[in-house]
Design a protein around this ligand. Structure first.
Ligand SMILES: Cc1ncc(COP(=O)(O)O)c(C=O)c1O
Length: 363
C-alpha cells in the first residue's frame, strides 16, 4: 500500500529527539503555556520575519481568533473561496460574520482575484484567501484591493507553511497569517495545534487574551475569550520538526517535479504561478476520468483522495447562505475533476513512477 502521507516513516528518523523532549516535558510537568510554547512562537515568528507568533489549539481557532480580534462579526461580510476545507468558513461563521464566496482560478484553484471587487459591499470587512494545497494566492492583487477598499486580510496558511511569493513567505502579507499543525500538514504536530503570525502587536495582545479565556493576567479577565492554547507537548514536537521544514518542503518540490515530468503531457498537473514557491501540501491532478483513475489506483494499492468533492457553497450545512448549483462553475468543475496523489517528503522516485504509470494507463 502506498499511503497519502507516511508519518510513521518520518517519526522513525526523529524519534530519539522526540522521546527526549517528551521526557523533559513530562519531568518538568509544565504542560500549558510553558517555555516551549514561547520558544516555538518566537522561532516561527523569526522564520517568517514578523514580530509575533501566537500558538493556539488548531488552525480553525487561528482563523477564528484572528477574525474576532479584528472586530469582525455580526452584520459583516468576509470574502473567501468556496474551494477549501470547511474550517475556513466555520471560522468566519463562529464570529457571526457572513462568508461571501468568489469563484476560483482554474489553474491554481485559489480565489480568482479578478472577481473579488464585484463582490465588495458596504458590509465587506475582510478578504480571507486560502493558499490551497501549498500554492500561494495572488497576494499582490489581494493587497491592492484590500488597500483600495480598506479591508483586512486574514491568510489561511493551513496548507502552506514555508510557501513564498517572490521570496516573501505566506502569512506575512495580511493582517494575520493562520497556520494549522494538524499532523499531516507540512509542519505537523502530534495532535491538534495552530498559530497566528502578525506584525501588529496590539492585535497580538488581543489574540493572546482571547486564546486564554480573555485573561490579561492571573484571573483578571479583560474580555470573554476561549480555551485555545497550543500545548507544551505539541510545541516540543514542533520545535524538532521546524528544523527540518525547509528540507521537507524541498523534497516535496522534488517529488512534485518528478510527477509533473511524467504526467504533464497527458493530464492537468499543478502549476506554479506569480513567482510562487509552491510547497505541495497536496499534489493534485485534474481529469474528467478522475473516478476511473482513483479506482485503478485503489486496485493497485495506492491511496488517493478527492480534496474536495463538494464545494462549500453546495454543502448542506451552508444551504442557509442561499447559493445554488452553477454559482461558481470553476469550483464545481474542480470538485468533479480533482484527485490528490500520495505526497510526502520521503516518497521514493520508484513509487512516484509506479503511481504515474497507473494514472497514465487509466486515461
Ligand atoms: C485550508 C484549511 N483551513 C483550515 C484548516 C483547519 O485547521 P485545523 O484542522 O488545524 O483546525 C485546515 C486543515 O485542516 C485547512 O486545510
Amino acid at each position: 500500500m502506498i499511503p497519502m502521507v507516511d508519518l510513521k516513516r518520518e517519526f522513525q528518523k526523529i524519534k530519539e529527539d522526540i522521546f527526549e523532549v517528551l521526557r523533559e516535558i513530562l519531568e518538568s510537568s509544565q504542560y500549558i503555556l510553558g517555555d516551549r510554547v514561547s520558544e516555538v512562537e518566537k522561532k516561527i515568528a523569526e522564520y517568517h520575519d514578523v514580530k509575533d507568533g501566537i500558538g493556539v489549539a488548531s488552525g480553525t481557532d487561528a482563523l477564528h481568533l484572528s477574525i474576532d480580534a479584528l472586530g469582525i462579526g455580526q452584520g459583516d461580510e468576509v470574502i473567501t473561496t468556496p474551494f477549501t476545507f470547511f474550517a475556513t468558513v466555520e471560522a468566519i461563521l463562529y464570529t457571526g460574520a457572513t462568508p461571501v464566496f468568489v469563484d476560483i482560478e482554474p489553474d491554481t484553484l485559489n480565489i480568482d482575484v479578478s472577481k473579488i471587487e464585484e463582490n465588495i459591499t458596504e458590509r465587506t470587512k475582510a478578504i480571507l484567501p486560502v493558499h490551497l494545497f501549498g500554492h500561494p494566492s495572488d497576494m499582490a492583487e489581494i493587497s491592492k484591493i484590500a488597500k483600495n477598499h480598506r479591508l483586512k486580510i486574514i491568510e489561511d496558511c493551513a496548507q502552506s507553511f514555508g510557501a513564498e511569493i517572490n521570496g516573501k513567505k505566506v502569512g506575512c502579507f495580511g493582517d494575520a497569517g493562520c497556520f494549522s499543525f494538524y499532523p499531516s500538514k507540512n509542519l505537523g504536530a502530534y495532535g491538534d495545534g495552530g498559530m497566528i503570525i502578525l506584525n501588529n502587536m496590539r492585535l497580538a495582545g488581543i489574540i493572546r487574551q482571547l486564546r486564554n479565556h480573555g485573561s490579561k493576567g492571573s484571573y483578571i479577565h479583560k474580555r470573554v475569550g476561549f480555551n485555545s492554547r497550543l500545548d507544551e507537548i505539541q510545541a516540543g514536537v514542533l520545535l524538532i520538526k521546524l528544523k527540518y521544514i525547509d528540507e521537507y518542503n524541498t523534497k516535496r518540490r522534488r517529488n512534485a517535479a518528478i510527477y509533473t515530468t511524467l504526467l504533464s503531457n497527458n493530464i492537468k498537473c499543478p502549476v506554479e504561478k506569480n513567482v510562487s514557491y509552491h510547497v505541495y501540501h497536496q499534489y493534485t491532478i485534474m481529469s474528467k476520468k478522475r473516478d476511473r483513475i482513483q479506482h485503478k489506483l485503489r486496485e493497485n494499492g495506492i491511496s488517493s483522495v478527492i480534496y474536495y468533492p463538494v464545494p462549500l457553497h453546495l454543502q448542506e450545512a451552508l444551504r442557509f447562505l442561499g447559493y445554488r448549483k452553477g454559482d461558481f462553475p470553476t469550483a464545481e468543475k474542480a470538485s468533479r475533476e480533482v484527485l490528490s496523489l500520495p505526497m510526502y517528503p520521503d516518497l521514493e522516485e520508484s513509487k512516484i513512477i509506479k503511481i504515474a504509470n497507473i494514472v497514465m494507463k487509466s486515461l
